[in-house]
Design a protein around this ligand. Sequence first.
Ligand code: N01
Length: 530
Amino acid sequence: MTRDVDAVVIGAGFAGLYMLHKLRDDLGLTVRTFEAGSSVGGVWYWNRYPGARCDSDAFVYCYSFDKDLLQEWNWSGRYPQAAELSAYLEHVADRYDLRRDITFDTYVTAAEYDDADARWTVTTDSGEVVSSRYLITGIGQLAISRFVPDIPGLDSFQGEWHHTGAWPREGVDLAGKRVGVIGTGSSGVQCIPVIAEQAEHLTVFLRTPQYSVPARHESIGENYWPDIKADYDDIWRRAKTSAGGFPWQHNGKRALEVSEEERLRVYEELWAEGGLKFALGSFRDLAYDSCANKTASDFMRDKIREMVDDPETAEKLIPDHPFMSRRPIVDTHYFETYNRDDVTLVDVRPAPIVEITPTGVRTADAEYPLDVLVFATGFDAVTGPFFNIDIRGRDGATLTENWDAGPTGYLGLQTADFPNLFMITGPGSTLGNLPTTIESHVEWIADCIDHLRCNGLRSIEADPEAEKAWTEHVADMAAGQMIGRVDSWLNGANVPGKARAYIFYFGHFGRYRQQCKDVAERGYEGFILR
Ligand code: N01
């Protein structure tokens, strides 16, 4: 039996929960939400690896729409762990009685648009079929599409192996075990120090060294939360007009317009403060001027040399790409971990991993015996979660075909040929502090649906010309910045055979948010309404 609803929302993380609340409780629509996990949480439901925390400060890594909740909720520290973030989202689900419209343990397998009646037919892996006017994806950019590199021999491995993005919720007992970690992105950098504490011996297989700023999780004083709670209105005003969704801006200066002494003072202060502010609250030109950037990159390289006792190990850990050419990372004692006697760093650039054997990992020049192997090897970002669902738009158009040269989206919200499909943080939207971007998108989508209904309109979709222009703008924006100089998951380079394209808009979040609002106010300019 096909059930009819106004809207189907896929996913019950930060995005899906707020979308469900807005559509059902503010607009009065009937909504079904499907979630692959057994509870709410999204990325924080799945990413339970040791050391998993957010790396945005918690006071803005949350919803801003509920002012009472902002005052009532007490985070345990500056960057809560995954379980605490899940608990927050569970509380939100209960507070708004959202669970009654969420079907858990259910994966949406297909969605097909019928132009004749402007409705989506959504099918799940439990065989349920639902018809809806609107289809909204809150599937995240990463969560469900873990990337495990195709290294020969993995099937033969007699120990346990896990991907950080699908860590068993009951945990993994690493005591007395020889553990190997492949990957030193955000996930690897977070889990390596914690696994080193738990395991008998840790071997890290490093291919690309990374910059990382200390989180300073422990650095907050007793007035920290009262001060934040008293200042919340202004914090959100600043965050929503900022470059990255955080309540701070760059300092207004170019790195080379100040003396070396002044520059070092700025870097030292931000380093001591910790967190992503080092990237976004520093000099204004680090992201796009290579001479300016070199001053920050060199500062961080020297910090690695200070933190790592063995000079040879330190040199292996020093990146040769510019800071901010990859997604910045925040850590707790990552570099210091390599000072431990029970941690071995294996640089796989001169001697790559050749195979996984029944008892460990073999590189071109040695074999490393292991009991547990951890893949911190990232995700098939953005396209992975979408391509896992057979989504068919008008006249059978598929995302796989439309996105064969890379994913596209007009303002990251919609894509041509897929009417009434709304993407929360789809391709072409900003990265930055994601809950802030998510809230903006959810509110824009809810307003848009309200507009359609109040004006008797059946559908909305991106105008192909507007989408093309936006996609070119996204590419130009990346090309003009450090981020455009280096391959990573941000341009699809981490997955063999994947089309290269920048999946995020590296422009200013506040101005992007305003642009989305302006477009709506001008009658949804760049969209086709029918
Ligand atoms: O994944 P990654 P991630 N042999 O793709 C290596 C978000 N996030 O899960 O760089 C050897 O960054 C690969 O090496 P290389 C955040 O947005 C947020 O760490 O390709 N190594 C790299 O070192 C982040 O940016 C948080 O040379 C191999 C690593 O695996 C995004 O998720 C926490 C290999 C993959 O790094 C992704 O981060 C965690 C191979 N065959 C994640 N294949 C927080 O908010 C891959 N690698 C805190």
